[in-house]
Design a protein around this ligand. Structure first.
Ligand code: SF4
Ligand code: SF4
Length: 206
């Protein structure tokens, strides 16, 4: 049995430049509006008035790069009525386009919004971890593209050994739902999914 593969993202290093998102779109030739990788821009905090001057006392912002998490409990797979979704031995979760009927159940079920409908093909699509590159011993395009070297990729146990186990930066959901194969390194202002603080800044891009 191969080891579950996983993504890692260092929020401290991530500038929110979206090179990972563009590399993914470019490599998989994704149409306008289909984003297998998204970068959430998150912000919160308050400005305070000090003698007529607005001071950013607790204002914060950070970016979270996110794609299919190739979860250990892939709810997308559970809800698919045609069994079009499968999980490889190495944990990569795939959609078989020939079996997909485009019902969108997987996209409604996935708490990460990872499955994306391709209107040209009339099927659901999503990140496949660049399985063809992985099969050649290479790394996914998003990981390679990051100019800040904020991303890494490898077996989940090794990623956790190197970087810890934090997996729920807001605005991502509680990892208990699907047990995502991902680790994030928080920066000093990163909130957890349960904090109830902050808001998304770039909804129109997601
Ligand atoms: S992130 Fe969503 S689409 Fe990907 S494996 Fe998990 S539940 Fe399925
Ligand atoms: S859209 Fe396709 S992959 Fe998703 S649940 Fe429906 S049939 Fe399955």
């Amino acid at each position: 049995m191969a080891k579950q593969l996983a993504f890692y993202v260092d929020i401290n290093k991530c500038s929110g430049c979206k090179a990972c998102q563009i590399a993914c779109k470019d490599r998989s030739n994704l149409p306008v509006g289909v984003r297998w990788r998204k970068v959430f821009q998150y912000e919160g905090g308050e400005w305070v008035d000090q003698n007529g001057q607005m001071i950013p006392s607790s204002v914060y912002t950070y970016s979270v790069s996110s794609a299919c998490m190739h979860c250990k409990k892939p709810i997308c797979m559970d809800v698919c009525p045609t069994s079009a979704i499968s999980k490889r031995d190495d944990g990569i979760v795939l959609i078989n386009a020939d079996m997909c009927i485009g019902c969108r159940y997987c996209s409604w079920a996935c708490p990460y919004g990872a499955p994306q409908f391709n209107e040209e093909l009339n099927v659901m699509t999503k990140c496949d971890m660049c399985q063809d590159l992985v099969d050649k011993g290479e790394r996914p395009a998003c990981v390679e593209s990051c100019p800040y070297r904020a991303m890494d990729f490898g077996p989940l146990d090794e990623i956790r050994e190197k970087y810890g186990t934090f997996a729920d930066p807001a605005p991502l959901p509680d990892p208990a739902i699907t047990e995502p194969a991902v680790v994030y390194k928080p920066n000093k202002v990163t909130k957890s999914s349960r904090s109830g603080d902050g808001r998304l800044m770039n909804l129109e891009e997601l």
